[in-house]
Design a protein around this ligand. Structure first.
Ligand SMILES: [Zn+2]
Length: 431
């Protein structure tokens, strides 16, 4: 038990101490020596009350890692003066409070004899007093014959996670939104992670593939999920990380199972396509336009030189994917769709994967940002307007490309407007 140790107090234990009619009691703890950590696992009022087990709502994983060995501590009711002393001593690492003084403040505290004992103090009401706003409601002390010194303590809050952001970020609005992510490879996995972090309430993950060894160098999923369907593993990872998220796995192919996707589109607010290849992008562009949903397409082009995020909205002056590309085909410039036809990232040893994971994740994060901006703008958040409908990001830029791929510096981002529909487009024409 050193000064750097930490004791974790589960919310359940904190509530029992707050509610106790008594002035003190006993606490059971387990210790994780490798983390220099103690976790409260049992609560008792006084010395003869029932011993009640307590555990953190969130820390089941940590409990499993906690090694054998039970330790005892005690809790005591204290006043603001005691916690003021704790606060002052915390800033002075070489000082402690003489034992006699500590036992005058906390008469119920045990005598340490030859050991060090851990004492928790609870000062009710200090957090209600605006003049005492630096004082904690709970404090921990390491008490020896020399005296009492502050010990680090963390009380598990009753509510945390995305709810903490209410008032700072429209989490309530986003929790009611659903997004379909087509393709959960290296880019799409990051898209889904990022959308969950923004607070989107429902994610439909669609991909036919399993995670294999060569994927893990760039994927958000790791070796522990090798062999699983990517959508299942990602759903499990995300719902562990964000318990309120409704994540759904669809082991489907967007082209072969287009009918399934057509139905899904009715239930979501937007779709992100991060799948490899031209066909999935064209299918998503067509189906989303017909369903009246915003589609966000993202990919990495030219062996990792550039990344692109393209937003396709159903607007009279904004064309579908093919209409947006028509200008590039027509003038004989670089054809990004053809660049994708090479099956970038398919793991074929003859076509080595040249983009590094974080560059792909950067594009996944930008696609998620564009998606969330679209959702919020439709709900009146005008600060979420974007500079354009197509973003080109230079990752490892190479010379010789024409506009819009003529960026010269890594990290450079250029936004371009949408181009209008072609008059004969079957996707953009009114059905
Ligand atoms: Zn079109």
């Amino acid at each position: 038990m050193t000064r750097r140790s930490l004791v974790i107090v589960p919310a359940e234990a904190a509530d029992k101490i707050r509610a106790s009619a008594g002035a003190w009691g006993t606490l059971g703890m387990v210790r994780a020596p490798s983390d220099d950590l103690f976790v409260i696992t049992a609560y008792q009022a006084g010395k003869s009350g029932a011993v009640l087990p307590v555990r953190t709502a969130s820390g089941q994983e940590r409990h499993r890692r906690v090694e054998e060995g039970a330790y005892e501590a005690s809790w005591h009711r204290a006043d603001a003066v005691t916690h003021w002393a704790h606060y002052s001593l915390s800033a002075r690492p070489d000082h402690c409070m003489p034992l006699e003084q500590f036992r005058r403040l906390i008469p119920t505290a045990p005598h340490p004899h030859n050991d060090a004992v851990l004492v928790l103090t609870h000062a009710p009401g200090v957090t209600d007093n605006p003049d005492l706003d630096r004082l904690p409601e709970f404090a921990a002390w390491r008490v020896t014959r020399e005296g009492a010194e502050p010990f680090d303590l963390a009380v598990e809050p009753r509510a945390y996670g995305l709810g903490q952001l209410v008032g700072h970020w429209p989490v309530e609005a986003l929790s009611a939104r659903a997004v379909l992510v087509v393709g959960v490879g290296s880019i799409g996995g990051e898209v889904a992670s990022s959308l969950a972090g923004y607070g989107v309430g429902q994610l439909d993950l669609l991909d036919p593939d399993r995670l294999l060894w060569h994927n893990t160098v760039r994927h958000v999923l790791g070796e522990g999920d090798i062999g699983r369907f990517k959508t299942d593993a990602l759903r499990d990872m995300l719902t562990t990380r964000w318990p309120s998220l409704d994540a759904r796995s669809h082991v489907k192919d967007v082209v072969r199972d287009a009918d399934h996707v057509r139905l899904l589109l009715q239930e979501v607010d937007a779709v992100v396509c991060a799948a490899d290849g031209i066909a999935p992008r064209r299918v998503v562009s067509h189906l989303a336009r017909r369903a009246g949903r915003d589609a966000i397409l993202t990919s990495v082009l030219e062996d990792g030189a550039f990344g692109e995020v393209l937003r396709l909205r159903r607007a009279p002056d904004e064309g579908c994917l093919l209409c947006r590309r028509a200008d590039l085909y027509g003038t004989g410039r670089m054809d990004p769709e053809r660049a994708l036809e090479r099956g970038y990232g398919d793991g074929d040893p003859h076509r080595p994967m040249t983009a590094v994971g974080p560059d792909l994740h950067l594009m996944g994060d930008l696609a998620a940002k564009v998606t969330v901006a679209s959702l919020l703008q439709r709900q009146g958040h005008n600060e979420q307007r974007l500079p354009g409908e197509q973003a080109i990001v230079a990752l490892r830029p190479q010379p010789g490309f024409e506009a819009p791929f003529d960026l010269g510096r890594a990290g450079q981002v250029q936004w371009h407007p949408a181009t209008p529909p072609r008059p004969d487009c079957i996707t953009c024409s009114t059905p």
